[in-house]
Design a protein around this ligand. Sequence first.
Ligand code: HEM
Ligand code: HEM
Ligand SMILES: [Fe+2]
Length: 481
Amino acid sequence: MSGVLDSKNLNGGQRLAVKYFSVAVVLFLAQVVFGMVAALQYVMPDLFYDVLDFNVNRMVHINAMVVWLLYGFIGAVYWLVEDEAGHEVVGLPLGNIAFYVLTAAVTVVVAVYLLVQTGPGEMQTIWLINEGREYIEAPRWADIGIVVVMLVFFFNISATFMKGRWSGISGVLVLDLVALAAIYLCGMFFTANVSVDQYWWWWVIHLWVEATWEVLVGCIMAWGLIKTLGARRKIVTTWLYIEVALMFGSGILGLGHHYFWIGTPEYWLSIGGFFSALEPIPLVAMVVHAVYDAGVHKFKSANHPALAWLIAHAFGNFFGAGVWGFMHTLPQINLYTHGTQWSASHGHLAFFGAYATINIAFFYLALQKWRGDVWMASGLAGNGWRWKWALGLLHLGVVGMTVALLIAGYEQSFIERAIGGSSWQAFFEAQMHPWFVMAMQWRVLFGVITVAGVLLLVWDLLTIGARETRRAEFVTEAVSS
Ligand code: HEM
Ligand code: HEM
Ligand SMILES: [Fe+2]
């Protein structure tokens, strides 16, 4: 029956996918709650002092983000694998066990973050509490667990394609998963030299978000465009190859934009400046591609929320990563902006625009099928306003925070760096400047709007299509157009 959540509507991979998606949504909610507390601590420094300090909230905020996005990606791959391979997931029971093991591990890690928080500078802390590397703070036991779970995931996916059939999309996807997993290893060992440590740490952070994750979302997007719009596979695959070539071509050496000031040789100034300045090009290609497909198919889709979030991804990726990244990527500029709120401005718009959006699109695709291929386009029974408001509030909130942080970043670059010469005293002058203080207050306001958007999104995800009885007339892959 359409309109009712029923796991019989899903294939094996998809049943596992919706588990990943469910945890992802919970972690997204946790992300914004802890972000909110951290933002409030900027304007009320005494808040939760010595109970839940800023560093802990910040860590939970960004770790929850990385983990929910990864859950979403894993879910999306399990979602499409059977369809793409024409074969049932190989080793699904193992995949299910891996899911529960991973989720239990994440729960323990977060509990330790919140209850134990910090430890002495010893190996025991690295093994049991946290490793102290931003974004991937998880303690070493969890690192190893994550690697094992990823190996299971990789086995499930590649074995399924091997037993079934390969396609352009799946070929790129599997090779990319190898790279993505391999570079995680670079963030797992400890060196006492901070420059060396940072050098390798960026291999994970930069080569994830500016190379392997981009390629992964390229694959997911390609499949999404075929499914939501009936775009032609041949065209989508050709675009994918071009985008991947450009992405790796610029993204790999673009790594150099993090090597300007950490004690690495000076040639990185030119290499990093040049290649990272090219990084927006594939992102333009991705926008053109998405808009082209949507135009050719006259935006005809039986799943409007998913299509809207896919388009939001194309633009969010371009502005957040491409434009906001480009703004501070030349060493001449980065000298002044490095490590200011400018970086946080870019970080918010990029992670939200490029990665939160496409995951949300997949949540909607999943719900549609889970409810028995229910109609999710115009004239949605009863609650069609909700997804639009969630989309609007989330964008207003995140873009508002981005602008507030950019103003703070400008102010810091001028007052602390250009005028004050980066002295300790100049740092505090910049922190107390009215522009900075006001920007932090605006961020709280837009943060509240973001939280409202997330809450509405969750409500919508729980209810959309529930009272709908019409079935989607599915767009089929166009044979000619
Ligand atoms: C979706 C892709 C991207 C994401 C998610 C992303 C995210 C981030 C984040 C979170 C940071 C702050 C890291 C920290 O904590 O120090 C950062 C830094 C940076 N990003 Fe991106 N970024 C992306 C793409 C790009 C692109 C395409 C460019 C260049 C065109 C770029 C240029 C930079 C630069 C120069 C920094 C260093 C900022 C500093 O010196 O403090 N990013 N990025
Ligand atoms: C309720 C909404 C949110 C609030 C109030 C908020 C607040 C904050 C705060 C206070 C920080 C620490 C900044 C610092 O160290 O100065 C932070 C960091 C960060 N947040 Fe959020 N955040 C929110 C939502 C999001 C969302 C939706 C994303 C992405 C999907 C995101 C991604 C990040 C990233 C990547 C960083 C690290 C930035 C860097 O290292 O430069 N946040 N956030
Ligand atoms: Fe980077």
